[in-house]
Design a protein around this ligand. Sequence first.
Ligand code: SF4
Ligand code: SF4
Length: 153
Amino acid sequence: MEKSSSGFAALVVREPGAEGIRSCYACGTCTAGCPVRRVTPAYNPRKLIRMVLLGMQDEILAGKEIWLCSSCYTCQERCPQGIRITDTIIALRNLAVREGHAPSGISMQANLIKGQGRLYALDAFDDKKRKKAGLPSLPSEVEGAKKLLEKKE
Ligand code: SF4
Ligand code: SF4
């Protein structure tokens, strides 16, 4: 992996959604409106963008911050530079996963989706509730989702 500041930023801007981050002028609008920031003051999307531009690859990809974002898109809607901040954070998560830094909870959820096509398995009790509500029963596993997630060699 590249280590220089321009190297990491170049790597990130190649990811879909992160193309515009170099036009950030650090106004802080993203951080001011972030709901996660309100409950976790250490979380700061402006700082994350700055860290990318400064090439702080290990701190970002191995850190916890990128996993705190709730993907509410408030920052992205408000950025005066039109930077797709939420999409950039998703791109950073993708890079982190490729580098083997996915939090265990995320890996577990991914395996559940890959294995059964949904996070929560359905059982007879769910079917009973659906029937009561006039809904058809659902299969316990979703084959179509599994096929979609199969890796193409
Ligand atoms: S709102 Fe946009 S320009 Fe302002 S700090 Fe955040 S990313 Fe940078
Ligand atoms: S998308 Fe993430 S970083 Fe942006 S405002 Fe929402 S929680 Fe904060």
